[in-house]
Design a protein around this ligand. Sequence first.
Ligand code: NDP
Length: 445
Amino acid sequence: MKILSNVMEQVLKRNPNEPEFHQAVKEVLESLEPVAERHPEWVKAGIFERIVEPERQIIFRVPWVDDSGKVQVNRGFRVQFNSAIGPYKGGLRFHPSVYLGIIKFLGFEQIFKNSLTGLPIGGGKGGSDFDPKGKSDGEVMRFCQSFMFELARHIGENTDVPAGDIGVGGREIGYMYGMYKKIRNDFTGVLTGKGLTWGGSLVRTEATGYGLCYFMEAALAAKGKSFNGATVVISGSGNVAIYATQKVHQLGGKVVALSDSNGYIYDAEGIKLDTVKQIKEVERKRISEYVKYHPNAIYTEGCSGIWTVKCDIALPSATQNEIDEESAKALVANGCYAVGEGANMPSTPEAVEVFLKNKVIYGPAKAANAGGVATSALEMSQNSMRYSWTFEEVDAKLKDIMVNIYKNASAAAKEYGDPDNLVLGANIAGFLKVANAMYAQGIAY
Ligand code: NDP
């Protein structure tokens, strides 16, 4: 019998109806089986049972008044998963699909991702089933204020430092930070992703997309390939997708497709990023508008078709489980030789199988998209010092961190006998540091 199968059974029993959380835990436990064999003392100390159980889960009511004067009620979450190596750190997601299972899957992944950055940050995640789409600025502000009114009592610069995720960008962080400051009368680095004039860090906006490209650059180079001259498909058109596109273009690649939850655009001449930024960041409209500016581009309804677009490299940067087995096979059949995950868990387990079997250079999310949280940790450092580094300084640190994540994941994959398997490598490398800390800190915790 496998050492960790009882841990998985307990997770299924204790957390019913949370398939995304089950999926994330199963993948990690499968990777950790050889670690459990080498570390009987960790098995005895219950490290594996403890790491799959959040330290604390907070669920709260978020009432707010819409523009018509009607009272609306949403549900807020913060899951403080693991603080063995630092304060809980992880984003807030505002999307109608949010429920406890999504926040737990993201919080669990965050533990290993944050550990991989080499920086002292624990794992957490939060959010709400609030849908910012179609809401006025005033409605978004009132929601954010109400959300923070409760969240403020659970977070702090040395306790838990939230950031953005889907549906939470600079605007939302601003409204939440303003409310936190009013409640606490404390100007502190309690949120990251802040504006540059009030404690934000240069490069934070670009960090996840840039970091994804730095990670993939290292992974590609190890196989004698690069972004230069490559055709790239990126899903999503939010924060991660936009800045991944920018970096791919800087590195000499050509991004030909982007999407949102309604459909995707294909521009054979290469996506014009200024147009996308205008549509998504300024006007907050749908990606379909792109073809009005560039009539040679093609818009197709439905987002999964984007994976049938021929490309060398795919960077899924929208949401979980957006690439299934069929889409993965379509990518491989079209000659795609590398996949780097900007989004969290965008590939189903069956899709991952397809990539690994076909020797696709595959950068799993918790390694490849760690640049956002790494730069958030750099924002925390600058806040503590009351100092700001230049763009070039932060960018250089980000690049260093991403290359090191690649090296560490790759080294762990080699050490555990499957050198090209970065899923295994990232899970193990991320886990070891946290397990060591938990073991040293005793069972009270
Ligand atoms: P944004 O809200 O800025 O953008 C999300 C994009 O993905 C939008 O284009 C959105 O389309 C699309 N999308 C969201 N949900 C779905 C869905 N169910 N089906 C299809 N498309 C969807 O979010 P981010 O760019 O910040 O986040 C994207 C991914 O990257 C997420 O998985 C997030 O967890 C991950 N990530 C983000 C980090 C960050 O620093 N921001 C850090 C690490 C990971 P639409 O507008 O139609 O909803």
